[in-house]
Design a protein around this ligand. Sequence first.
Ligand SMILES: [Zn+2]
Length: 65
Amino acid sequence: MAVVCPECDSPIDLDTDVDEGETVQCEECGVELEVVSVDPIELAPIEEAGYDDEELAHPLTEDDE
Ligand SMILES: [Zn+2]
C-alpha cells in the first residue's frame, strides 16, 4: 500500500493491514504520521507538543500480546 507523505510528498510504504490509529514515520523527512483513516488511506502529522510518555515510543513495532 503506497501513500504520500503530507509533509514532503515522498511515497511511504504501509503494511496492507495497517489499522486506524497506528503511527508511521516518514523515512524521508522523519515526521510521525497517524493513520486517521484506512479507506481511503489518510495520514495526519502528529504534533509532538502535548504528548507525554504514552505508547508512542515504538510506532512501527506494535506487539500483540
Ligand atoms: Zn515526509
